[in-house]
Ligand binder design. Structure first.
Ligand code: PLP
Length: 391
C-alpha cells in the first residue's frame, strides 16, 4: 500500500493503522502496555517515550496529512506548543509571536518565559512586515496562527517563511483552525506545524490531545524535550483519536461548506453588523486566504447589532450550543471575552478588537437550514425592544 499515492480521505482512513497480525481485525488493536520487553529489541517502548505502537502509528497519519517527515502526539495542544517552544528556545533566545493568538498560548508565554530567561515580542499586527519589525538579533523562532482566533486574521504563510528563512529564523504555526484538510503549511515553507487535536482532529468534543509535525531533525529535538516534560497521551485516547481522524476529511469539508454559506447569509443579515470569515470577499486578506487554503474552514466570528443582547442570543439558541471549545461535529458559539481571552485585560482586548458583543461560531455538520432557523429565532428573542427599567 505504501506505493500508492493516497489522497486525503484515504490517508485519513488508512495511514497509520496498527496491523492486527494475530486476529486480522479491520481496525487497529489498542496496546495498553506501559511495560515492553527491553532485551534485544530495536525500539525501547514506553508511553512517556511517545513510542507505544498506537502512538507511533497515529503519528504517521498526522505526518502524512501535513506532508511532514515526522510527528508526535501530546496530551493536549498546550503540551504540544510548550514542548515545541522549549525545544527551540534557550535562555537568552528571543521569540517573535503574533499579537492575535490563542489566549492559552499568550498566557504560557507571559507567565512561563520569564522563569526560563526567554525573551519575546508580540507583533503589532499579522502582516509579514509586522513580524519582520519585531525581529531582534537573538530571535530564534517566529510563531504565528492563521486563520487566527477569534477574528480570523490571515497571514501570508509563504511570504512570512521566506522572510524568516532569509534571516535563518525558524517558523512555527498553530494550524488548529484550518486543520490539515484546509491548509498544509509545510508545503508553504513552515518548519513546525502544531495542532490542538482537541479540535478538528478529534472532532467530537470528547478528546483532549495535541500534535506537532516537522522534519526528522526538528522532531528529534522536540522528542528529547518531550520525554523530560512527560506530556504524552494515553493509548486509549490515542486509539480514539485514530478512529476520529478517519472521518476528518469528510467532517471538515462538510463543516467548511456549511460555514461558507452561513457567512454569506450572515453578512447580508440586517441584525448582524460584521462577519469575520476568510471566505468572504470583504475579508481584508481574502486573496491570500484563497491562495494558501483549500477551503476557508468552519470557524468565523460575527458581531450582532447593538440592539441585540449577545448573551440573550446565545441563551436563546436551541440547536447551537453556547459551549467552550470548538471544532466538534456540533455547532457551538462562545463569547471570546468570557473564554479564550478572559485572562487578558479589557484594554488588551480592545487593542486587538475583541468586543463584548463578538460571537465566535464553530460551524458543525448539521443541516444548513436548521442552523439558519436557529440563529433567526434566537436573534428575534434577543432584541432589546424596550429600554430596561431598573426598579
Ligand atoms: C484549543 C487551542 C489550543 C490549545 O489546545 P488544548 O488542547 O486546549 O491544550 C491551541 N491553539 C488553538 C488555536 C486552540 O484552539
Amino acid at each position: 500500500m505504501s506505493k500508492l499515492k493516497l489522497g486525503l480521505n484515504s490517508i485519513c482512513t488508512h495511514v497509520g493503522e496498527v496491523k492486527d497480525e494475530q486476529f486480522k481485525g479491520a481496525v487497529s488493536p489498542m496496546y495498553l502496555s506501559s511495560s515492553y520487553e527491553f532485551l534485544d529489541v530495536e525500539v525501547k517502548r514506553y508511553p512517556r517515550y511517545f513510542n507505544t505502537p498506537n502512538q507511533e502509528f497515529l503519528s504517521k497519519k498526522i505526518a502524512a496529512l501535513e506532508g511532514a517527515e515526522s510527528a508526535l502526539i501530546f496530551g493536549s495542544g498546550m503540551a504540544a506548543i510548550s514542548t515545541m517552544f522549549l525545544a527551540f528556545l534557550n535562555k537568552g533566545d528571543h521569540l517573535v509571536v503574533q499579537n492575535t493568538l490563542y489566549g492559552g498560548t499568550v498566557n504560557f508565554i507571559k507567565e512561563e518565559f520569564p522563569k526560563y530567561g526567554i525573551e519575546y515580542t508580540f507583533t503589532n499586527g499579522y502582516s509579514v512586515n509586522d513580524f519582520e519589525a519585531a525581529i531582534q538579533p537573538n530571535t530564534k523562532l517566529i510563531h504565528f496562527e492563521t486563520p487566527s482566533n477569534p477574528l480570523m486574521t490571515v497571514t501570508d504563510i509563504n511570504g512570512l517563511t521566506q522572510m524568516a528563512k532569509s534571516k535563518g529564523i525558524l517558523t512555527s504555526i498553530d494550524n488548529t483552525f484550518a486543520s490539515p484538510v484546509n491548509q498544509n503549511p509545510i508545503a508553504l515553507g513552515v518548519d513546525l506545524v502544531m495542532h490542538s487535536a482537541t479540535k478538528y482532529l478529534g472532532g467530537h468534543s470528547d478528546i483532549c490531545a495535541g500534535a506537532v509535525a516537522g522534519s526528522f531533525d526538528h522532531m528529534d529535538k522536540i522528542w528529547h524535550v518531550a520525554r523530560n516534560f512527560g506530556g504524552s497521551l494515553s493509548d486509549m485516547t490515542v486509539w480514539m483519536l485514530e478512529r476520529s481522524m478517519k472521518t476528518l476529511g469528510l467532517r471538515v469539508k462538510s463543516q467548511s461548506k456549511n460555514a461558507m454559506k452561513i457567512a454569506k447569509w450572515l453578512s447580508k443579515h440586517p441584525d448582524v453588523s460584521r462577519v469575520y470569515y476568510p471566505g468572504l470577499k470583504s475579508h481584508p486578506e481574502h486573496k491570500i486566504a484563497k491562495s494558501q487554503m483549500h477551503s476557508f474552514g468552519a470557524m468565523m466570528s460575527f458581531e450582532l447589532k447593538d440592539y441585540i443582547n449577545a448573551e440573550d442570543f446565545q441563551k436563546s439558541l436551541q440547536l447551537i450550543k453556547p459551549s467552550m471549545s470548538l471544532a466538534g461535529v456540533e455547532s457551538t458559539v462562545i463569547s471570546p471575552h468570557l473564554t479564550s481571552h478572559a485572562l487578558l485585560t479589557q484594554e488588551e482586548r480592545d487593542a486587538i478588537g475583541i468586543s463584548d458583543g463578538l460571537i465566535r461560531f464553530s460551524v458543525g455538520i448539521e443541516e444548513l437550514k436548521d442552523l439558519k432557523q436557529d440563529i433567526k429565532q434566537a436573534i428575534k428573542k434577543a432584541q432589546k425592544t424596550e429600554p430596561v427599567l431598573n426598579n
